[in-house]
Design a protein around this ligand. Structure first.
Ligand SMILES: [Zn+2]
Ligand SMILES: [Zn+2]
Length: 350
């Protein structure tokens, strides 16, 4: 297959810093869209993957799955995109399209395993897929999203992962007006959860371990902010929440949050702590509560989320960086020193 040589930013080893790399993209096929990448968000999973912390990383790795850009070329059979339009790519670039989940717009749970934007087997070129820290990407149009030109493009990029990861569970558990919803943690995911839950009409209660984040939570849209380390403040919300979106990736006390749910309430994890989380049976039994998890969202739902954000004027709060600042950004990410997402200005990759 014909290929095109492009510049990217990635690493050849877990311990090595990221640097400029040359990679190959496939030539545009009949159903493909080629996107010149303008912005790419930095997700925590980029860092985990680059450093092989979840194991199985194939090197060289080019991370990045919060991609926004402009269509520069389309294949002969492309129906839904035109050259010059804005386009986005999230965590997936393909899936089996045959299993019950793919047929039900739940490609994120594809039985065959979907093809992730980076570090999945590349069925076109062999080897593995390369992500959005690069000049361009070629993706089947069925896995490409339409992006509104009403919103700040750099702030849209994180919607492709952090946005859909929080939107999908809020929709699935039918968050809306008249409900009290808890958001645990105010990071890349949590700050999107607050904005989205608020826009869906819920009364939003934010839980944080830090008094210093109270004002930030309020300005993001929180109706109430609770210091989760203060048992008295926590007790005030006992048995009162319909739903809790847990965005924390570190070890934390699940029982203390389950006990805040009403009867039939659900706590859903979207953060991914490395260690197992202990749960006391009575936290679930007394109140018929559910403890659940959720991973990104399907392609149709991702489009729905992007349209919802355009309608409600929602973007991520970001810090725009140049490509050479990625290694520093990773260190700051580890310290939680970011409000709330780094986005790379891809014009800086030369
Ligand atoms: Zn991500
Ligand atoms: Zn499938």
């Amino acid at each position: 297959m014909e290929t095109k040589n492009i510049k990217a930013f990635g690493t050849e080893a877990a311990e090595a810093p990221l640097k400029t790399l040359d990679i190959q993209r496939r030539a545009v096929q009949a159903h493909d869209v080629e996107i010149e990448i303008l912005y790419c968000g930095i997700c925590h999973s980029d860092l985990h993957s680059a450093r092989n912390e979840w194991h199985g990383t194939m090197y060289p790795i080019v991370p990045g799955h919060e991609i926004v850009g402009r269509v520069v070329k389309i294949g002969d059979h492309v129906k839904n995109f035109k050259v010059g339009q804005l386009a986005g790519v999230g965590c997936m670039v393909d899936s089996c399209r045959e299993c019950e989940h793919c047929k039900n717009d739940l490609e994120q749970y594809c039985d065959e395993g979907n093809i992730l934007t980076f570090n999945s087997a590349d069925k076109h070129l062999g080897g593995h897929t390369f992500g959005g820290y690069s000049q361009s990407i070629v993706v089947d149009e069925n896995y490409v999203l339409h992006i509104s030109d009403k919103l700040d493009l750099a702030g849209v990029a994180p919607l492709l992962c952090a946005g859909i990861t929080t939107y999908s569970p809020l929709k699935h558990w039918k968050v809306g007006p008249g409900q009290k919803v808890g958001i645990v943690g105010i990071g890349g995911l949590g700050h999107m959860g607050i904005k989205l839950a608020k826009a869906m009409g819920a009364h939003v209660v934010v839980f944080t371990t830090s008094v210093s984040k109270f004002d930030a939570a309020k300005s993001l849209g929180a109706d109430e902010v609770v210091l989760s380390t203060d048992p008295e403040q926590m007790a005030k919300h006992a048995k009162s929440l319909n739903f809790i979106l847990d965005c924390v990736s570190a070890e934390h006390n699940i029982d203390s949050y389950l006990n805040l749910l009403k009867v039939d309430g659900t706590l859903t994890l979207v953060g991914a702590p490395m260690e197992p989380l202990p749960v006391t049976s009575f936290s679930l039994l007394l109140g018929r509560r559910s403890f659940a998890g959720s991973a990104i969202g399907g392609i149709a739902e991702t489009q729905e989320m992007l349209d919802f954000c355009a309608e409600h004027n929602i973007t991520a709060d970001i810090e725009l960086i140049g490509i050479n600042e990625i290694n520093d950004a990773y260190e700051r990410l580890l310290k939680g020193d970011i409000k709330y997402r780094f986005v790379i200005d891809m014009a800086s990759l030369k």
